[in-house]
Design a protein around this ligand. Structure first.
Ligand code: FMN
Length: 207
């Protein structure tokens, strides 16, 4: 397979406009689109081809409400590390799209997957969770290519999420994902727009 010269430019545009989305319209995502997203995740790399991500499509209103409550609890706790004007700025940030996102996924990592027979992860067991992160990023870019938006929510207590979803003991909570049609698109991170921080370049260092 040889890609045409415009492909890299298109990919750069896609990545520039990916963004973490927290403002969603409530209209549903058609099943065929969701199926394509699911298939795209299968294309992600993983250590020893172990494919350790376990994805729950959360439709239950009770579970969604419990996740929202857990987010509110953890976010209030997180706010406690800031003082003064920074505390006020933190309180103004929107850090999850849990109220409106029509599609919500609870993502876990199986820490003892059969697939791959342990290949590649004996010295770095964290590569399993890294693999899940790569699958999430694959999903993120694919969603954007479908004109959807996605937002990651990590302001949650892993043990509480594992209990909430009655996860198997070998499942580690990785992230909660909100997906849907964005209310608006942007090529600049929301935290940057909100003046919380400036984007910093991370140049490669030579050794
Ligand atoms: C592992 C991970 C966890 C994140 N958790 C949250 C979160 O809990 N709430 C939130 O608003 N954004 C979360 N984000 C999104 C980041 O804030 C966002 O990626 C960052 O500000 C850069 O913005 P951009 O994604 O639009 O480039 C998370 C992103 C990653 C990669």
């Amino acid at each position: 397979m040889q890609f045409s010269p415009g492909t890299a430019e298109m990919l750069e545009t896609l990545m520039r406009w990916r963004r973490d989305v927290r403002h969603f319209r409530t209209d549903p995502v058609p099943a065929p689109v969701l199926a394509r997203l699911q298939q795209a995740m299968e294309l992600a790399p993983s250590v020893g081809n172990s494919r350790p991500w376990r994805v729950l499509l959360v439709e239950s209103p009770a579970l969604r409400a419990a996740v929202r409550a857990e987010f509110v609890r953890c976010n209030a706790q997180a706010a406690g590390i800031y003082e003064g004007e920074q505390a006020a700025a933190y309180a103004r940030l929107k850090l999850a799209g849990l109220d409106n996102a029509p599609v919500q996924l609870a993502v876990f990592t199986d820490l003892t997957p059969q697939a791959g027979h342990g290949l590649g992860r004996q010295t770095m067991p964290e590569t399993l969770e890294q693999s899940t992160a790569m699958a999430i990023h694959t999903l993120w870019l694919t969603a954007r290519a479908e004109n959807l938006g996605m937002g990651m929510v990590s302001i949650l207590e892993p043990a509480a999420m594992e209990a909430l979803f009655a996860a198997a003991p070998c499942w580690r909570f990785s992230a909660y994902l909100c997906l849907g049609w964005p209310e608006f698109t942007d090529d600049t991170p929301l935290l940057h727009r909100a003046d919380w921080q400036k984007n910093t370049a991370m140049p490669w260092q030579i050794r």
